[in-house]
Design a binder for this molecule. Structure first.
Ligand code: CA
Length: 253
């Protein structure tokens, strides 16, 4: 049966699928309503275990996870999804409680791509969601470079910076820039996640891969070094931005 409501509309099968995991019905329905208006096929779950079971069976285009959940909390759910399976590279947006700075850090370390602090505005929710869904889903090769494995991947171009992963070469406005391996990996990680804030701890884990002799200060030092290589004015960076109290991000488009 085809009515006026489905005519010319995307069918459910080509709409991007979003799973919203939140036990507070009002927030869950609000998120689903507004993402639905954006044209996404939104489904809700109120329990962490039930959500995990679904993510093990079905592929989604985005997960919105509240940190505080019955059954299994959002951080553990996020870690479980990232460990493998059909959704291991799905963009994840965390919903964190107000004034819980630690929630943001834990969320990003567990593999979330971005977070929203409650209470959040609908416009901010929609903007973050669009940004996450606009990003190309990370390829296996890019994931391997993130992990520090020797792998090639597609070249990245952002704000006049060309990053050639296969050749480990970086050009800024056509001019070749020499980078150390760590500087290269930091630049690649941030540039392929433009606009996403990484805590110092998250960068330590991703860039140094569990080396126990480094501290968060090493991250600041590496950022300073990379700025000297790629920024015209390292004291007023255009690309590698500091997010006070949280960490660093690459300038968004
Ligand atoms: Ca909750």
């Amino acid at each position: 049966m085809t009515g006026p409501w489905t005519k010319g509309e995307k069918t459910v099968t080509d709409a991007l699928r979003v799973l919203v995991v939140e036990d507070e019905p009002n927030i869950r329905e609000l998120v689903c309503l507004h993402l639905g208006l954006e044209g996404y096929a939104c489904e809700g779950a109120g329990d962490g275990q039930a959500a995990l079971a679904r993510t093990e069976r079905e592929r989604f285009d985005l997960l919105v996870l509240d940190v505080m959940l019955p059954g299994l909390d959002g951080v553990s759910l996020c870690r479980a999804v990232r460990r493998g399976g059909v959704n291991r590279d799905v963009p994840i947006l965390m919903l964190t409680a107000r004034d819980q700075e630690s929630d943001k850090v834990i969320g990003l370390e567990s593999g979330a791509d971005d977070y929203l602090t409650k209470p959040f505005g609908v416009r901010e929710l929609v903007a973050r969601t669009r940004a996450l869904l606009r990003r190309p889903r990370q390829t296996a090769a890019a994931a391997a470079v993130d992990r520090g494995d020797d792998a090639s991947g597609p070249p990245v171009r952002i704000h006049g910076i060309d990053i050639d992963m296969a050749r480990r070469r970086v050009r800024i406005e056509g001019r070749e820039v020499e980078l150390t391996d760590q500087e290269f990996r930091l630049l690649h990680l941030l540039a392929t996640h433009a606009g996403i804030v990484f805590s110092r701890e998250a960068l330590l884990t991703r860039i140094w891969r569990g080396d126990t002799y480094v501290t968060v200060r090493s991250v600041d030092t590496l950022v300073k070094r990379l700025r000297r290589r790629i920024e015209a004015d390292p004291a007023n960076p255009r690309f590698l931005l500091t997010v006070w109290g949280v960490g660093y991000k690459f300038a968004d488009v």
